[in-house]
Structures are given as C-alpha cells and as structure tokens.
Design a binder for this molecule. Structure first.
Ligand code: PMV
Length: 328
C-alpha cells in the first residue's frame, strides 16, 4: 500500500459572540450561532499519513492517550468512511507554535488542520464547507478555524448537522489594524473544561434560554460593527457577550467560575484606560485569560497595561488567513 500523506496549517480563533452549549453532543451541534476572528501568527501544523506501520497520534511532541487520542482517531474514522480505498493505519503528528496553557483553544486550530490534512491525505475533496463540518465534529469551535478573517458558525437547523458550518464573513485583509492581545494571567489548567462546563450550564442554568436568544441576536450587530470597522461598537458588544456567557455559567449548579481575582482586576481597569483615550475592550473564553481588542496604533500601550495588571505574558495577534495545505 503506498503511503498517502498531507500536512496542513491552521490558526486558532477567538469568538466575540460565543458558542456555549450543544443541542447535540455527538454531532457537536450548537444551540446558537457564533462569530470569531482567526488569530495569526499562532498556528498548529498537522501531518496525517495513512499506510503507517501502526496507528500513532503525537500531539505537541508526545504520544496522545485516552480521550485525546480517541477524538483524533474518531475524526479520521469519518474520513475513512468516505472512501473505498484501504488506507491502513495512520500516523498523526501535530504541533503548535503557541503556549497551550494560554487558554486559547489549541484544539480549534488542531482539529481544523487535522480535518484538512486528513481528507487531503485520503485523496478526498477539501472545500471549506466540507472541512468545516468535519472539523466541527472534532471540536465545535474548530469549524471557525478553516477560513481566515472573521467567520460565523451558523447554528443550522438540520438534525444531521449538514447546515451547521462556518463561513467567512470578512476576509483577513478587511481590518488590518485590528489587534487581539492574549493576556496570560495564569498557565494553570482549568478545573472544568469547556465540554463539561457547557453541558453543566445547559442542564442547570436557569438563564440558559435567555443566553441563547441574546447571543443569536448579537451576530448581525457584530457583523455591522466589523463592516464599519467600528471598534467601540464591537468592543462593547464583545464585552457584554462575554459577561453574559459567564453570567450564565455562574448560574449553573454547581456554579462555574472561570475568572481569577487577577482576571477581574484587569477587566475592571479597562474603563479607566478608555477614559484616558486608549481604545481597549476584552473578550473572555472559559478560562482566566482575557483577550484584549485594540488597534495597531495602541498595541504597545495595551500590552503595558496588561503587564501592569499582572499578565505573565502577552501574546500579540492579528486577523489570520485560511487553513492551508503545505509541504511537510
Ligand atoms: O469548541 P470548544 O469545545 O473548545 O468550546 C469553545 C467554547 C468557547 O471557547 C468558550 C467559546 C467559543 O465560541 O469559542
């Protein structure tokens, strides 16, 4: 059997209107649409090679085990099911160029790169909608890392998930001055991962229905703010969406709090910075490390502000491009 190999690179993404809750946990179908920005220069590079001597999954330099390994091999099983070719055992090697503990979902970039490299290595089509759908089944937010710029993951309404895919709303070059700075306040692994955290929120938070309705309504507003390159409008929207996601999680039983005291200190410093004329707003995923939205002209100042508020590290990002196949 001749080995079939492909390598793909993909950037992570940060949601400004977030996904928090599944209506179907097997197919990974969300309760609401979400909108995100693809983050360069952070990326994951993944090689998939069928026809290897034995199945092997190496993530960031070490052999994956348990659930992690099962998720990767599970996605490649779906690839196998779409071809009549005998592909044989598979070797996967995936590594990222950014701190995995920064709280940025490396799984988003990882599964986007895996879906693209996996289908390419199997000789299957690699159009963005097909890759987005497959990446979604590995990790929901991964469907938004297949294309660059700003992407919207459409909730969809079909039970089989065929219409639950991400599409690009704005290309990478639409807003070149936009900057997103990850303020790393803690490198500790969070106690409750997003998969379990969102399930607990859906099941027990009395605010859940309100959260879904509100998030869905924010998508056209976020799109309009980005079209107008209006950071003030986008920043305000991004902050309220993050607060509302966390408020929904706080109200779960048992309650979920992803913030640390340092997170709150940094978030509460932002209104005063804005009064001094610094354009800076935040978003916050299910972890303690905020991502600060600003413009290129204020990047250094915002980094200083984050460090003064206790950031151990600040990772500077800008809108990134599409996931793509490369020579290994
Ligand atoms: O796709 P997951 O399971 O990593 O969940 C992502 C959840 C958030 O990062 C909190 C929000 C989002 O839309 O990315």
């Amino acid at each position: 059997m001749s080995p079939s190999r492909a390598t793909a690179r993909a950037h992570p993404n940060i949601a400004l209107v977030k996904y928090w809750g599944k209506r179907d946990a097997v197919r990974i179908l969300p309760h609401q649409s979400s909108l995100s920005v693809t983050l360069a220069p952070l990326e994951v590079v993944t090689t998939v090679e069928f026809g290897a001597p034995a199945d092997s999954v190496v993530l960031h330099g070490s052999e994956a085990r348990g659930k992690e390994r099962a998720r990767v091999l599970g996605l490649l099983e779906r690839v196998r099911s779409e071809t009549t070719r005998a592909l044989g055992p598979v070797r996967v090697d995936s590594r990222g160029n950014f701190p995995m503990a920064a709280g940025l979902a490396s799984s988003a970039a990882g599964f986007a790169a895996l879906a693209l490299a996996g289908r390419a290595a199997a000789g299957l089509s690699t159009d963005p909608a097909t890759i987005s759908r497959l990446a979604r089944e590995g990790s929901g937010s991964a469907c938004r890392s297949v294309q660059g710029g700003v992407c919207i993951w459409h909730r969809g309404s079909r039970e089989d998930g065929a219409d639950s895919v991400a599409t690009q709303a704005f290309p990478e070059g639409h807003w070149p001055e936009l900057r997103l700075l990850v303020a790393v306040l803690s490198r500790a692994e969070k106690e409750v991962g997003s998969r379990d955290g969102m399930a607990q929120t859906v099941e027990t938070s009395p605010y859940y229905a309100a959260w879904v309705k509100d998030a869905e309504a924010e998508i056209p507003r976020a799109t309009a703010a980005i079209a107008a390159r209006d950071l003030e409008a986008l920043g305000a929207l991004s902050e309220r969406n993050a607060w509302r996601m966390h408020a929904t999680a706080f109200a779960a039983d048992p309650p979920l709090c992803y913030l640390l005291p340092g997170t709150l200190a940094l978030l509460l410093a932002l209104p005063a910075a804005r009064r001094r004329g610094v354009p800076v707003w935040f978003t916050l995923d299910a972890g303690p490390n905020p991502v600060l939205l600003t413009l290129a002209s204020h990047e250094a100042e915002v980094e200083r502000l984050a460090r003064e508020a206790g950031a151990l590290e600040v990772v500077r990002c800008r809108p990134g491009g599409d996931a793509r196949l490369v020579e290994p």
